[in-house]
Design a protein around this ligand. Structure first.
Ligand SMILES: O=P(O)(O)OC[C@H]1O[C@H](O[C@H]2O[C@H](CO)[C@@H](O)[C@H](O)[C@H]2O)[C@H](O)[C@@H](O)[C@@H]1O
Length: 266
């Protein structure tokens, strides 16, 4: 581990927080709805965004759970919806992408913007910065842009400063994920995406669970609590609004798969 943002910020908060218990088994019931983050939750973090390995059984597992939950499952990711479908295939589940900027309420249905498009000048500015600083990876998305410094740790502080300036100049939100700085259009985050899903008839009145690993998932953890649900942190313990914790991606897969097995046995 080379960067504290991979191990989201024990250092920033000083004292080590008390650990969280494991979640109870996931129950397939009309009161359950499920929101899943992608990177660090369903796939392990890799060197580059396009280098993640999607487990062969993962798309089928997500679709089967969504079917068993009668559509009360959504992926809520910082990635664009296009990037998610490139990696997972044309998945028949609800999704929100670009940190909540892109909202697709139904499998294969229309995509609604929850924010204004990111001005092209922001991507141009950051692309210039990336070239001038050794070639950082710039990942433009419809409502946000990510600049990855995983292979250029020396550029982190200058990138943070540049992104802070751009955020202040253009009224954008800045997010510091796992060795990535993202500028996001205001008006959407993972919490507002969860709230939009909870307005839909199939999610309404359920106790939502959100499973995520990153600091950008904290908005969603707080949102599910407002709806009477709980957050599940994935990975190492850190200060969090989550209630429970799973150790890593493999533990998430096991927890999800066990719910299907339980249902099959019932
Ligand atoms: O909300 P998520 O689904 O967790 O997406 C968060 C960001 O994930 C991706 O970047 C992270 O994963 C990469 C692949 O493991 C890794 O190389 C990078 O360092 C991580 O920051 C993705 O590229 C971003 O667009 C997402 O916002």
């Amino acid at each position: 581990m080379t960067d504290p943002s991979d191990d989201t910020s024990l250092a920033e908060h000083g004292a080590e927080p008390r650990d969280l218990p494991q979640p109870p088994p996931l129950r397939i019931s009309p009161q359950t709805s499920l929101f899943l983050d992608f990177d660090g939750t369903l796939v392990d973090i890799a060197d580059r965004p396009d280098a993640v390995v999607v487990a062969r059984q993962l798309p089928g597992l997500i679709e089967a759970l969504s079917q068993r939950l009668d559509g009360r499952l959504a992926l809520v990711s910082g990635r664009s919806l296009d990037a998610l479908e490139t990696l997972l295939g044309p998945l028949g589940v609800a999704m929100a992408g670009s940190h909540g900027g892109e909202f697709r309420p139904a499998a294969g249905g229309e995509v609604y913007p929850l924010a204004d498009p990111l001005p092209g000048s922001i991507v141009e500015d950051l692309t210039g910065f990336a070239l001038a600083n050794g070639g950082l990876l710039v990942e433009p998305k419809p409502f946000s842009v990510a600049v990855h410094y995983r292979h250029h740790p020396h550029a982190r502080d200058n990138l943070l400063a540049r992104a802070e300036d751009l955020a202040a100049m253009h009224g954008l939100k800045m997010k510091h994920g796992k060795q990535v700085i993202e500028l996001v259009m205001p008006g959407s985050d993972k919490g507002s995406a969860v709230a939009r899903f909870m307005d839909l008839p199939q999610f309404s009145g359920t106790a939502p669970l959100f499973v995520g690993d990153d600091v950008t998932d904290e908005d969603a953890f707080r949102a599910v609590i407002r709806f009477g649900g709980n957050g599940i942190l994935v990975g190492a313990m850190r200060p969090t609004a989550a209630t429970w914790r799973l150790a890593g991606v493999a533990a998430v897969h096991d927890w999800l798969a066990a719910a299907l097995e339980e249902k099959t046995k019932a």
